[in-house]
Design a protein around this ligand. Sequence first.
Ligand SMILES: NC(=O)c1ccc[n+]([C@@H]2O[C@H](COP(=O)([O-])OP(=O)(O)OC[C@H]3O[C@@H](n4cnc5c(N)ncnc54)[C@H](O)[C@@H]3O)[C@@H](O)[C@H]2O)c1
Length: 317
Amino acid sequence: MRNPIRKRVLITGGAGFLGSHLCERLLADGHDVLCVDNFFTGTKDNIMQLMGNPHFEVLRHDVTFPLYVEVDEIYNLACPASPIHYQFDPVQTTKTSVHGAINMLGLAKRIKARIFQASTSEVYGDPKVHPQREDYWGHVNPVGLRSCYDEGKRCAETLFFDYRRQHNLSIKVARIFNTYGPRMHPNDGRVVSNFIVQALKGEPITIYGDGKQTRSFCYVDDLIEGFVRLMATPDDFTGPVNMGNPGEFTILELAQKIVALTKSRSEIVFKPLPSDDPIQRCPDISLARQKLGWEPKVDLDAGLTRTIGYFSALIPS
Ligand SMILES: NC(=O)c1ccc[n+]([C@@H]2O[C@H](COP(=O)([O-])OP(=O)(O)OC[C@H]3O[C@@H](n4cnc5c(N)ncnc54)[C@H](O)[C@@H]3O)[C@@H](O)[C@H]2O)c1
């Protein structure tokens, strides 16, 4: 007989940055975790500390192919998340979002599992409305360099809602805004990891554009708490729900904070802005506050300090 409190949870993309933190959290909560990953951007190092746990399993598998397992809940996180990685093979990126969603939704339907989708603030594109609420439909370029990711994620949301309407699936869709923390990739071109690595190496810190574009930064532990709360909501709450930190900082402010916290002598240099880079991105998290009683708790300085600690151990000084 299975322990009814102990759920069997499948996490696709479980060896990635967010996925590995989610694996850890769900194991700590007493569940059985099946981590599925093709190790495109994820690594065994991210989950090494979990390998000896008898309630943890890893399966090397690509979600663009069907998967047959028995679980109670599915968190679908598999997808490269940074432009460098998702633009490496854009067709595969769209396939991962779209075929991956179809395969995981098909699995959820067959085994009657509840399913969570890691969607993204990129579904809002270069937004014309600030901050973005969930009822904003976005302003997305369908043919640009970021489209494989943005449109793939939009189509995945469509599939989730059609499976809900057509097959009455229990779905949970989170629109994740910029999140950072330990186990981010050191070389993925994301702003927080880029700046920290540059500062620790004493290299110039590169800002694209004039640095006045703003971003919001959510610490990973806060986000994972939001995932778990969303998964636990009643069936009639599907999302989409924004998850991120509404505190806005300019890219220049972020660079200056990182220089100060690392005590780096790096200088800040400016380069041209790539196409389709949004000038402002900030979540309206009223819905998450109201439905999940959730909001981020870790402030930027505290989160950056923990993240810098992780990168310091990776990068020899
Ligand atoms: N980190 C963020 O700020 C952020 C923001 C918005 C959305 N998201 C979403 O959250 C999810 C996780 O992002 P992350 O930051 O942890 O990125 P990540 O690249 O660290 O993790 C993605 C994981 O998916 C795996 N993967 C990729 N393609 C796969 C495939 N076809 N089959 C199986 N596994 C595959 C990778 O190997 C990796 O382990 C992604 O879906 C991403 O779009 C993240």
